[in-house]
Write a protein that binds this ligand. Structure first.
Ligand SMILES: [Zn+2]
Ligand SMILES: [Zn+2]
Length: 298
């Protein structure tokens, strides 16, 4: 091989290298991921790797000072229970347990109320023809959760029916409208501004509420408390009081450990509404797995 041929083939090789790098940069932005050996959502700043896709066992957070034992998930701050609608919800504290009982009647307006109810409003998000049949009537939802819930060794999927009780008194449902039937745009178009509708068991929420004038109480892209889920962890709106913004260190369930407006600087594990859209512009309240042990809502 003479020098000019060698030069050409080296040049050719370099060109291929450069162009393949360019291709990769187009589709892949590498970020740093930190090992989370104790699965508490906090990563070890000393053990990291860069990758485009989150590697299993690694998280974006790097604030774990002891990655060999899970950070305490803390106790549920009792001040949070002051947010619940006392006309519908009764909270009983019994040693290590908290029992939440609700008649399911929300303290806000809806076209799903009977027209004779003072909270009835004309439908305007959904049209009458899109709405589910039935009007809001009282039901019964009771769940007992630990006052200091802990993460289970593995997460668990939620089921059909109530997976939590909202501060308003009405139950929180997941992203299903039947056994293994995901919510469709067709069903969601019948929701009121509260992100709720009627089902065979009564009025219930699936989605974050809408930013409309009639919505004077429910969370919309803020840090308000949504309710408590069946594993005992609280669910907050899309923003966290600890940063006044959308949290960036959430686990796969939208959870993290921080203080909130209810905990006077005490840190505890809680969920947030994940700031992602679902079928169009809808935002699910909770369409992911529970990190704690689910208790039955009866
Ligand atoms: Zn439903
Ligand atoms: Zn938070």
């Amino acid at each position: 091989m003479n020098y000019s041929k060698l030069f050409l083939s080296v040049l050719f090789g370099v060109t291929i290298l450069i162009s393949s790098c360019d291709d990769e940069e187009d589709v892949c932005v590498e970020t740093t991921w930190y090992q989370d050996a104790d699965s508490d959502g906090l990563g070890n700043a000393d053990v990291s790797q860069t990758a485009c896709v989150q590697p299993s066992g690694y998280v974006a957070d790097n604030s774990d000072t002891d990655d060999s034992s899970a950070a305490s998930t803390g106790s549920t701050p009792l001040a949070a229970f002051d947010e619940f609608n006392e006309d519908a919800v009764t909270i009983s504290f019994d040693g290590d347990d908290i029992t939440i009982e609700s008649n399911g009647l929300p303290n806000h307006t809806s076209p799903y109320w009977s027209t004779s109810n003072s909270l009835y409003i004309e439908p305007f998000v959904a049209s009458t023809s899109e709405m589910s049949p039935g009007t809001i009537s009282s039901g019964s939802y009771t769940v007992t959760v630990p006052a200091t819930p802990v993460k289970a060794s593995s997460s668990s999927a939620t089921g059909l029916g109530a997976i939590g009780i909202a501060v308003t008194g009405a139950p929180i449902f997941n992203d299903e409208e039947g056994p293994n039937i995901a919510l469709s745009a067709n069903v969601a178009s019948g929701f009121d501004y509260a992100g709720a509708h009627m089902g065979p068991t009564g009025y219930h929420y699936h989605l974050e509420s809408t930013d409309v004038e009639a919505n004077t109480t429910l969370s919309y892209d803020d840090e308000k408390l949504i309710g408590i889920l069946q594993d005992g962890f609280l669910l907050y709106g899309r923003k966290c009081n600890s940063t006044d913004d959308h949290p960036t260190n959430l686990d796969a369930s939208g959870g993290h450990i921080s203080a909130t407006q209810h905990s006077s600087d005490e840190e505890f594990y809680h969920y947030h509404i994940i700031n992602e859209t679902y079928i169009g512009s809808y935002i699910l309240l909770f369409g992911v797995d529970l990190q704690g042990t689910p208790n039955t809502i009866m």
